[in-house]
Design a binder for this molecule. Structure first.
Ligand code: MN3
Length: 213
């Protein structure tokens, strides 16, 4: 049986908000300090809190402290919040103040093999990001069964994502991610995100996934 990929660096007791890894004002070329601060300390933190709350509620449903009929809605809450937490954790690692802006090594080879070239990948990624309606994400990931690179567009945080999909690069397309600086010009935000891409984490994650097989 195949072992499953895991997200590097996030194993912990319960769900915890990871540190940004850089100052909230360090991305000024891309995003203002207020956007980064609110996004991390309020929005991302709320998903962490929601994931822990839903986990505790499931335990209480199981022991009879809460009504059994709540099980379905609470698991839906759990999925929503855990997915939000995971994607935001990847988002903060997808960008950096001093980005390694070009993929290298085995990941670069896989991108060229899968999409034709890095330029073709960027064209596709940008188009998919632009095509998301309402709140959602565009994600480059590894499909865990066949270990192929794959692209996904998500509605909210969790809808339209195949199972066993390990995200490498994630672009948040919810309005809270960009509205203070870019207002309704999401295209400009997407282009700025691509310019700020850092492939360091994606390469580590991709290598770790393949090392398990
Ligand atoms: Mn967000």
């Amino acid at each position: 049986m195949h072992s499953t990929c895991h997200l590097n660096g996030y194993a912990s007791e319960g769900y915890t908000l990871p540190a940004l890894g850089y100052d909230a004002s360090a991305l000024e070329n891309f995003l203002d300090r207020e956007t980064v601060h609110l996004h991390h300390q309020k929005h991302h933190a709320a998903y962490v809190h929601g994931a822990n709350l839903a986990t505790a509620q499931l335990r209480e449903i199981a022991d009879g402290s809460l009504p059994l009929v709540m099980a379905r809605i609470v698991t839906q809450h759990l999925t929503f919040h855990v997915a939000g937490h995971i994607l935001h954790s990847i988002y903060w690692k997808s960008i950096s103040p001093m980005p390694h802006n070009t993929p290298e090594g085995t990941l670069a080879e896989a991108i060229a093999r899968t999409f034709g070239s890095y330029e073709h990948f960027l064209r596709l990624f940008t188009q998919l990001a632009s095509s998301v309606q309402g709140s959602g994400w565009v994600v480059l990931g590894v499909e865990g069964l066949s270990q192929q690179l794959s692209l996904a567009t998500l509605h909210q945080h969790q809808q339209e994502l195949p199972p066993c999909f390990i995200p490498l690069i994630a672009c948040d397309l919810w309005e809270h991610a960009y509205y203070l600086r870019y207002h309704n010009d999401r295209e400009r935000y997407i282009a700025a995100f691509v310019a700020q891409l850092d492939w360091t984490y994606a390469q580590q994650q991709y290598t770790a996934c393949h090392a398990q097989h």
